[in-house]
Structures are given as structure tokens and as C-alpha cells.
Design a protein around this ligand. Structure first.
Ligand code: C2O
Length: 469
């Protein structure tokens, strides 16, 4: 058995254990496992018929707030709402508003049926999904003013799972999930959600970079979005199960806020006007079990249409005002040291001297897609071997990979696009005697990941931002 095979066996065992299936279960006919296998839960709702179009929302406009700022009674209400949702699952598993049914909506939209990840569907679909989820929560506690909280992990003091979600840290808490890899007290690493990552996303020049196209995902869908899935781990570590953890909805509320913040960040940060995007249509059950269709065009203005707002972004004050991103191509040989042409090097050095933001883009990087993981990318193999993380001058950033399901039926039809903000690393990267040799290594998994490997991909280039005077 190869190392990879034995690891697959291991993760399958871990998966079965999480299902409450012991060694005996491993030998049992697969039919015994059906109720909770990914396949069984990924079925779309039977035949709900023709959806009634969603028209408009008459709730008052209310803020979605950071989970850490909820008052005691607000936390209690949120817990009551999730408790009611979980009770529905226990008492009437077919009720589409029940917790497992809600979680399964995400499951069957991540590969079993449609795939809402890895394209411009990502932000709009998740916004619509959270919207109907929020209305159901409100209905269950008879308070349509209830709004989802968000986990503002981009705030340095808020890197832990928000208290409501792990206090108490057991099954008496409807916001708890027992499969998490993150324990109370653990912090999300800064390299996954910190300022460098947020800046690269929030300064994306256009929607193609920020939110993707019909065939590619945007920058933040990978990092920070995917990284938080990997870091929380357990159910969150695979798309088919992620929404079984209530923290999913608070995480995605913050991802949704990023979209809102990006739109507000500049007059040029506009959403696609292509009818192929605007007419994307999805269906969800609403709080009255009515099967509704909603279009991408109907979720673009969350304030007037969907009746919620977010607080200000701390990034508006610190983000540079970028007029344009200028692309600088470098001839590239993968798996080999690339000597950056002296003229290109000189041009980029001037960019750094002018203190302009500098980025490194990698299209379709070839990292292993056989497990949920975070890969660190370095500018040279020695640095990768030492793997000191962001401390290292040659560190460039992370590439998170989230599997569709834990059983490894991951089909990454659309490899990620990666953009690293290398403004602070520029001096090191462009040192005249140093060839560039992109190398990656799996974080925190020396045993399995083994040696650092050269990072191959489709295209590599730099871009720099022209700033407004
Ligand atoms: Cu639909 Cu965060 O995944």
C-alpha cells in the first residue's frame, strides 16, 4: 500500500467514525450507511414543481452584526432559532426548513447536482441561500427582524470561533458542531485571513478578479473563504457537509460582507451586466415552505432588496486607491528556476520604489487535489523546506483546497486562480542574483506532504497598481 493509499484508508475510517460507524460498520453492507452518506444527503428536493418567483421583501432594513457583539438575549434568540430548526429535522425530517434539509441544500449544489463553487455563481448563490435561511430562522422564533450574525475573522481580535458557537462546547448548544478541528481558544492563522489576504481581495480591479466568470472563481473564493473551511475542519472541511455546522452561515455572512464591501470600495467595482449572469436562477424553499425562484439580478442590492446591511469596513480607510492594475508578463518555465529578465526586474523595482502595490498571479496552480488542505507557496525551494511561514522572506501566501466531500470524490473541474500581494516581499523576490522557483508544501502535515514540490500552473505574471494622486 502506498503512503497515499494508506492515508485514504485512514481518512475513510475517520469519516466512518464521525458517522458513528465503528469497525463493525466498516464491514457492514453499504446500505447501512446510506442515511448519512454524502450521496443520500445530496439529493435535490423531490419534485417541488414550478417555483413561484420571489418578488420582494417587506422586512425592515436591519444590520447583520458581528457575532461577537450580540447581546445575551440576541444570542439566546439565535440559539432558539437553530434549536427549532434542529427540532424540525428530528420531528419532521421532510420539512425543507429543518436543519439537515437546510444543510443539504448546500450539499446538492456543490457537485451532486449543480456546482455553485468555482465560478461567478459563488457570491450570488450563497447570498440567496443565506437570505432564505435567515428568513426561516426568523420565522421559527417569530421575529422577522432577526438577521444572521457574521464572523468577522478579518478583525485580528476575532480569530477564534465566536463564543456563542462553542459556549457551551457540547450538544446542548444548538450552534455547536462536534466535528470541528478547531477547539475553543484556537485562532485562525493570520496568513489565512489577515490584511494581506483581505487587501488582495478587496482591491481586485473588476468582478472577474473579485467574483470570477462563468468558468473561473474569483480571488477571495480561495483565500480567505476556502482557508476558513479548512481551518475550522470537520464538517466545514468539505462542501457536502459544511452547512451542517452553524458556523458555516456566520462564515458566509462575512464572505457576503466582503462582496458588499468590494462593491462599496470604488465606483469601478461593479457587478457583471452580462445577462448570462443576471439571469442565473436558483430555487429555495422559503419560511412558509413555498418553493421560490430568485435571480442573480435580484440579490445584487442587498440593502433595498434583501433588507439587510453590514456595518462599515475597516479596510476602506487603509486600502490604497488603485486606478488600474498593470500586468507585467514574465517568461515562465515551470518546475525550473526562472531568471526574471533584467528589464522586467528593473521595471518592477521602480514600482516598489514608488511604493505601489505589487502582486504575483498564478493561474491554475497544480497542487494536490486529493484532500482538503492548505498549501504554502514560497519563492524558492530552500525557503519552502525550512517552511517558516509568513516569517520567511521567501513566503508568498497560501492556496487552500476544499474537497467536495470527505470520501474524496473531489472533482476540481476549475482549478483556482491565485493572487498574492507581494508588495512587502518584492525586494526579496527581485534580488538580482535570485532566480524565482515557485515551490509549495502542505502546511502542518510534514509527515504526509513530505518534500516541497515545484509549483506548476498555466500562467504566472505580476501586476502592479497605479495609484490615484
Ligand atoms: Cu458553498 Cu463556503 O461554501
Amino acid at each position: 500500500m502506498s503512503l497515499a493509499d494508506s492515508r485514504e484508508g485512514e481518512s475513510r475510517r475517520a469519516f466512518l467514525q464521525q458517522l458513528g460507524v465503528g469497525t463493525l460498520g466498516l464491514l457492514a453492507p453499504t446500505s447501512l450507511l446510506v442515511p448519512r452518506t454524502a450521496l443520500a444527503v445530496c439529493e435535490p428536493p423531490g419534485s417541488p414543481g414550478t417555483p413561484s418567483p420571489w418578488r420582494h421583501d417587506c422586512r425592515p432594513i436591519r444590520p447583520r452584526r458581528p457575532a461577537s457583539t450580540l447581546s445575551g438575549p440576541e444570542i439566546q434568540k439565535l440559539k432558539d432559532a437553530y434549536k427549532a430548526m434542529r427540532d424540525l429535522t428530528a420531528n419532521d425530517p421532510d420539512d425543507p426548513r429543518g436543519f439537515m434539509q437546510q444543510a443539504n441544500v448546500h450539499c446538492w449544489n456543490c457537485g451532486a447536482g449543480p456546482q455553485v463553487h468555482g465560478s461567478w455563481q459563488f457570491f450570488a448563490w450563497h447570498r440567496a441561500y443565506l437570505y432564505f435561511h435567515e428568513r426561516i430562522l426568523g420565522k421559527l422564533v417569530n421575529d422577522m427582524d432577526l438577521r444572521l450574525p457574521y464572523w468577522d475573522w478579518d478583525e485580528p481580535g476575532h480569530r477564534k470561533i465566536p463564543g456563542a458557537y462553542d459556549t457551551p462546547n457540547d450538544g446542548t448548544n444548538p450552534l455547536w458542531n462536534g466535528t470541528r478541528g478547531m477547539a475553543p481558544g484556537d485562532d485562525l492563522p493570520d496568513e489565512d485571513v489577515g490584511t494581506t489576504v483581505m487587501q488582495a481581495a478587496l482591491t481586485a480591479a473588476n468582478f472577474t478578479d473579485f467574483g470570477g466568470t462563468a468558468s473561473f472563481g474569483g480571488i477571495p473564493e480561495g483565500s480567505p473563504h476556502g482557508s476558513v473551511h479548512v481551518d475550522v475542519g470537520g464538517d466545514m472541511g468539505a462542501f457536502s457537509t459544511a452547512a451542517r455546522d452553524p458556523i458555516f452561515y456566520a462564515h458566509h455572512s462575512n464572505v457576503d460582507k466582503m462582496w458588499s464591501d468590494w462593491n462599496k470600495g470604488s465606483s469601478t467595482h461593479t457587478n457583471p451586466t452580462d445577462p448570462a449572469f443576471l439571469n442565473l436562477t436558483w430555487s429555495f424553499f422559503d419560511e412558509n415552505k413555498v418553493w421560490r425562484s430568485i435571480k442573480a439580478s435580484q440579490v445584487l442590492d442587498h440593502e433595498s432588496q434583501l433588507r439587510y446591511v453590514y456595518g462599515p469596513s475597516k479596510f476602506w480607510e487603509i486600502l490604497p486607491c488603485i486606478l488600474d492594475w498593470v500586468v507585467v508578463k514574465v517568461p515562465w518555465k515551470f518546475g525550473r528556476a526562472t531568471v526574471v529578465d533584467p528589464r522586467v526586474r528593473e521595471r518592477l523595482r521602480q514600482v516598489l520604489e514608488r511604493k505601489l502595490p505589487l502582486r504575483l498571479h498564478i493561474d491554475a496552480p497544480q497542487v494536490s487535489l486529493n484532500r482538503t488542505a492548505i498549501y504554502r507557496v514560497y519563492g524558492d525551494p530552500e525557503e519552502a523546506k525550512a517552511d517558516k511561514g509568513p516569517e520567511s522572506p521567501g513566503y508568498l501566501g497560501v492556496i487552500p483546497i476544499v474537497l467536495n466531500d470527505r470520501e474524496n470524490h473531489h472533482q476540481l473541474r476549475r482549478p483556482p486562480r491565485v493572487v498574492f500581494d507581494v508588495t512587502r516581499r518584492g525586494g526579496w523576490l527581485l534580488a538580482p542574483d535570485r532566480p524565482l522557483q515557485l515551490t509549495f508544501i502542505e502546511r502542518g502535515n510534514k509527515k504526509v506532504a513530505g518534500e516541497p514540490r515545484p509549483l506548476n500552473g498555466k500562467q504566472v505574471f505580476f501586476s502592479y497598481g497605479e495609484l490615484a494622486e
